[in-house]
Design a protein around this ligand. Structure first.
Ligand SMILES: Cc1cc2nc3c(=O)[nH]c(=O)nc-3n(C[C@H](O)[C@H](O)[C@H](O)COP(=O)(O)OP(=O)(O)OC[C@H]3O[C@@H](n4cnc5c(N)ncnc54)[C@H](O)[C@@H]3O)c2cc1C
Length: 484
């Protein structure tokens, strides 16, 4: 298959997966209100990959087969840049509002496979399997089938104090409860699989916060499974797509990607799908040492660029609609969003231009600029949304539905909602979009997503501090103090 069509994708998720939404088990996620339109959007993106305009940008050919660009193992700076351009294009289709496009997880699978020998470094468990081969085989399988992957890294917590000490809450955390000739048996829950209900596969990897201790051995593993595995259950939050017309909820009607808590009830993971086992230290180091985290940061930064550019465009359109774009204070507010866009663009450029080969032979963009992007975007995005609210103000509420334009009071609607540069209908459409970005449940979830999807912001900041190349700077302070 290698490049999935939208139709193939939708067929591939019509299986006996166990997805729960609004108190009921979903029979078919491609038909389920609240999930269906997001899956259809993803299907349309898959089809667009091979349109003549995009094919060479979004796919590559190896040994006569065409694959998604995010599976390309980069062997040069140019390869890194090609990957970045593909990430950016994927994100532009949703203006970053469909955060979990498949390239995010593909980036990680590619990197883990390229660095697969890392997984065999400490083969302390007596598992009857070869972890590195498993990862390499999985990469080929995922690439060949163009799997749509989700992932879950975090255990739910009952006792926050335990979590702070790097320990898990045994009542709820996903753990190994047995093993046999077929594989390991796991039981418990995990947070949080964005796109889970409409993915093909789930990667269950360790978070980097697992303390390297004996107590954590049952929690130290990495594996992947089909979503439709026996005993695997997805519990969805409520949907932000409530079936309204696209005019009324322009984002939620298309980009509801859904998040779900994942419950495993004595699920058997075949040995060939196990990538790490019984080694908390190895688990802790895995994302950093394989550089998977850097490739994921690269995908994220390119997606955030598309998103912040969109917010700049939205702010400009809102200001122009009422003629506020002549006001120097408004221009100054929007300029701040423009600086954010240019900052992310410069960070990506810097990271790609400084790409270097790692010890696994793959080219990796420079971590620091991407880590900067990963740390500042969760802080920038809420400010961008605040700017949309401040500029939009009551216009975000002067937003009747599409039905009002053809109802009894349509003449009022046509008259009283006009702005200097926009007809009533165009004004309402624009501000309904701004509402979906900044006020609606969909928009609020976007803010939460940006704050947390890569991990708790304070922990990411402290990792940044630890890794930052600061010794020379501290040395200069010492020099001054020592009179040098
Ligand atoms: C919309 C959304 C989508 C997501 N999608 C995914 C996904 O697809 N896959 C996935 O694996 N995860 C996903 N996540 C989960 C995400 O990884 C977690 O939210 C994140 O790691 C924080 O963990 P937590 O939610 O358990 O919060 P907590 O760990 O409870 O953190 C909340 C706050 O507690 C404080 N805190 C926590 N730990 C410490 C500590 N050790 N020291 C000091 N302070 C601390 C911080 O202030 C932190 O902001 C998603 C989250 C959201 C909101």
């Amino acid at each position: 298959m290698s490049i999935k069509t939208g139709a193939q994708y939708l067929t591939s998720i019509q299986d006996d997966r166990e997805v729960w939404l609004r108190g009921e088990r979903v029979k078919d996620v491609t038909q389920a209100p609240g999930i269906q339109r997001g899956a259809a959007t993803l299907a349309s993106f898959l089809d667009r990959q091979v349109e003549p305009e995009f094919e060479d940008k979004l796919t590559y050919v190896e040994d006569g087969e065409r694959y998604s660009m995010s599976f390309l193992t980069p062997h040069s700076t140019e390869d890194v840049q090609r990957r970045g351009a593909a990430y950016y294009q994927w994100a532009k289709w949703s203006n970053g509002m469909f955060g979990r496009t498949p390239d995010y997880k593909n980036a990680s699978v590619m990197a883990f496979a390229a660095a697969a020998d890392f997984l065999n470094q400490n083969h302390s468990s007596s598992a009857p399997t070869n972890f590195a081969d498993n990862m390499r085989n999985y990469y080929h399988e995922a690439r060949q089938n163009d799997y749509i992957l989700t992932h879950t890294l975090v255990n739910p917590q009952v006792n926050a104090q335990l979590a702070k000490e790097g320990l898990s809450s045994p009542e709820v955390a996903l753990q190994v409860v047995g093993e046999n000739a077929d594989g390991i048996i796991v039981n418990g829950a995990r947070l949080l699989a964005t796109l889970g209900p409409s993915a093909n596969e789930i990667e269950v990897f360790p978070s980097t916060l697992l303390k390297a201790s004996q107590e954590n051995i049952p929690y130290a593993f990495a594996f992947s499974l089909p979503i439709a595995s026996k005993g695997l259950r997805l519990v969805c939050r409520d949907s932000y797509d409530d079936g309204k017309p696209r005019f009324d909820t322009p984002l939620a009607a298309r980009f509801e990607e859904m998040d779900a808590v994942v419950i495993f009830e004595n699920v058997t993971v075949p040995w060939e799908r196990v990538f790490m086992y019984k080694d908390p230290l190895l688990c802790n180091q895995a994302f950093a040492e394989t550089n998977a985290v850097v490739h994921m940061m690269h995908q994220a930064a390119c997606g955030k660029l598309a998103k912040v550019e969109f917010i700049v465009g939205l702010l400009c359109a809102m200001a122009h609609a009422s003629g506020k774009d002549k006001d120097l204070n408004v221009k100054g507010q929007i300029a701040e969003a423009m600086w954010a866009a240019e900052t992310i663009r410069a960070l990506i450029f810097s990271a790609e231009a400084q790409a270097e080969q790692d010890r696994w032979g793959m080219f990796v963009p420079k971590r620091t600029p991407l880590d900067t992007s990963r740390n500042i975007f969760p802080r920038i995005y809420p400010k961008l949304i605040e700017a949309v609210q401040l500029l939009g103000s009551s216009s975000l509420m002067a937003t009747p539905c599409e039905a009002d334009f053809s109802g009894e009071i349509s003449a009022d609607i046509e008259r009283y909602f006009q702005l200097t540069n926009l007809s009533s209908r165009d004004r309402v459409a624009l501000f309904r979009l701004a509402h979906d970005v900044s006020v609606s449940g969909f928009g609020s979830r976007q803010v939460l997503y940006e704050r947390f999807y890569f991990g708790p912001p304070n922990i990411m900041a402290s990792i940044y501090y630890d890794l930052y190349d600061k010794d020379e700077m501290i040395g200069r302070v010492d020099n001054v103090l020592n009179g040098i």
